[in-house]
Design a protein around this ligand. Sequence first.
Ligand code: IDP
Ligand code: MG
Length: 137
Amino acid sequence: MERTFAIIKPDAVERNVTGKVIAMIEEGGFKIVGMKKILLSKSQVEGFYYVHKERPFFGDLCAFMSRGPVITLVLEKENAIADWRTLMGATNPANAAEGTIRKSLGVSIEENTVHGSDSPESASFEIPYFFNQLELV
Ligand code: IDP
Ligand code: MG
């Protein structure tokens, strides 16, 4: 069993489609072992996305991710990290495969509805950034 970290981003919370995303997660065979709704501060987003701090869209990305509440999740299944990336789809919804969350619900390359850890190293940083052991059940 493997765990990965996911976020349902502000664009999805604003459009009331969090239930659709959660349904796709459950239909995809993931067990939700942690879930909470939070409003991130700009500096909390900057810490989370520090690997992107040199990229030109970093400021916009941090503003977007802190403009409204998000739902953070820890998902568990065999091969969870890669399988969640597959279910999310490509970063740009325009390039995402049919049946993926970003294809179905994404708005733009920035407002692309969901986040997912891209490696075991990322998951090991991202899960404890948001959840303590008692919150994972
Ligand atoms: P990922 O979410 O598919 O892993 P990353 O390259 O890690 O994509 O980028 C993190 C987030 O930054 C993306 O999900 C998206 O919200 C935003 N982003 C990525 N590339 C661009 C861009 O070219 N313009 C604006 N925002 C971007
Ligand atoms: Mg990424």
